[in-house]
Design a binder for this molecule. Structure first.
Ligand SMILES: [Zn+2]
Length: 352
């Protein structure tokens, strides 16, 4: 009894999916005013339900890795923590490669842009993504070298001071020496943590563009037939992406207030996009040249950033780090987690 039921369910989901893809392909450029599914008054309540549903699922997704902190097996020193991080990194990588980059290619090569414009003659999406990856590397390396230099200067100064203080101690029995003892050690730990924090924040910015844009699409559409399946897909999308971001927020070890701000900021992006789309639905046309170019360029730059950060700052850092280099077994488990995260997020690319 259950098997035929689930098969028919799968088939109907596939049909909904195909029809969604087809309507999307046919309604290119033109105003879909003669679409029988268009119904503004019926679409609005659906969108409002969508805002609430996506807000809740985003919150669940992003909080899931954070809540697991209370589970002893997920303590930062444990193996499971490394595997959860690998899973999160896979999600971020797939967001860049499978969601944001293809979107920007679609937009900047759209047939709705004039046929003789430079957009049709040069793959700007790939070009901007590449420049953005190089730029991210530049900021990464320069910020690190500046920070290291500053830190070394402090350590050197500490060394000098320590010598002077030593002399003072010998003379008067000093009290100032405390706090300088573990200067260099503290600096090393601080640098890694600072890196994690910068990574978490930049990743959030990279993800935000995509989250707002997909929300904008729902908000601006009045197509009652596609809103329901699209909102359902976006719920999964945001939950999964939230898990990826949550994993990165987890390793940044933020204080509660900052963590709350990051969680809140991520969770409201897609609902905000929908609200913005509703407000702008008269003027905003998804397929107008200006919207295509602006959003396409934003997507291209955030895809370069996401891909660079996922590969270099998240995956390479962990896999080349001492913990994973010490155990082939753990490496294999972590690669499975990366593939699972990347595969799951790639699957979401079918819908949004
Ligand atoms: Zn997506």
């Amino acid at each position: 009894m259950a098997a035929p039921n689930s098969i028919s369910k799968t088939v109907s989901i596939l049909i909904i999916l195909m029809s969604f893809l087809c309507t999307k392909a046919f309604s290119q450029c033109e105003d879909a005013t003669n679409n029988p599914c268009n119904n503004k008054s019926k679409a609005l309540p659906l969108k409002i339900i969508g805002i609430a549903a996506i807000l809740i699922t985003s919150l669940i997704g992003v909080c899931l890795p954070l809540i697991t902190r209370s589970i002893p097996a997920l303590h930062p020193d444990r193996n499971l923590f490394v595997i959860v991080k690998a899973f999160a990194s896979g999600i971020i990588l797939a967001t860049g490669f499978m969601h944001v980059l293809p979107d920007s290619f679609d937009m900047l090569r759209s047939s709705c842009l004039p046929a003789d414009s430079p957009w049709q003659k040069f793959p700007f999406a790939g070009f901007v993504a590449m420049l953005s990856a190089i730029f991210t590397l530049m900021v990464d390396s320069m910020a690190t070298s500046l920070y290291t230099r500053k830190n070394n200067a402090i350590v050197d100064a500490d060394g000098g001071e320590l010598g002077e203080e030593q002399a003072v101690i010998n003379g008067t029995g000093g009290v100032h020496v405390h706090g300088h003892h573990h200067g260099p050690l503290k600096g090393a730990i601080g640098e890694q943590l600072l890196r994690y924090r910068v990574v978490a924040m930049v990743l959030e910015l990279g993800i935000v563009v995509h989250s707002i844009v997909i929300g904008l699409g729902v908000g601006a559409s009045n197509d009652v037939c596609t809103i329901k399946p699209l909102v359902a897909a976006l719920c999964f999308h945001q939950m999964f992406e939230g898990m990826g971001l949550g994993g990165c927020i987890l390793q940044a070890k933020y204080k509660t207030l900052k963590k709350t701000i990051m969680v809140f900021f991520f969770s409201i992006t897609t609902p905000f996009g929908i609200a913005l789309g509703i407000a702008l639905s008269k003027t905003y046309k998804e397929n107008s040249p200006s919207a295509l170019i602006t959003v396409g360029l934003l997507n291209a730059s955030s895809s370069g950033l996401l891909i660079y950060m996922a590969l270099v700052d998240l995956l390479a850092t962990d896999f080349m780090g001492p913990k994973l280099q010490g155990s082939i077994r753990l490496q294999i488990k972590s690669y499975a987690a990366v593939l699972l995260g990347a595969g799951g997020m790639s699957l979401m690319a079918i819908w949004a």
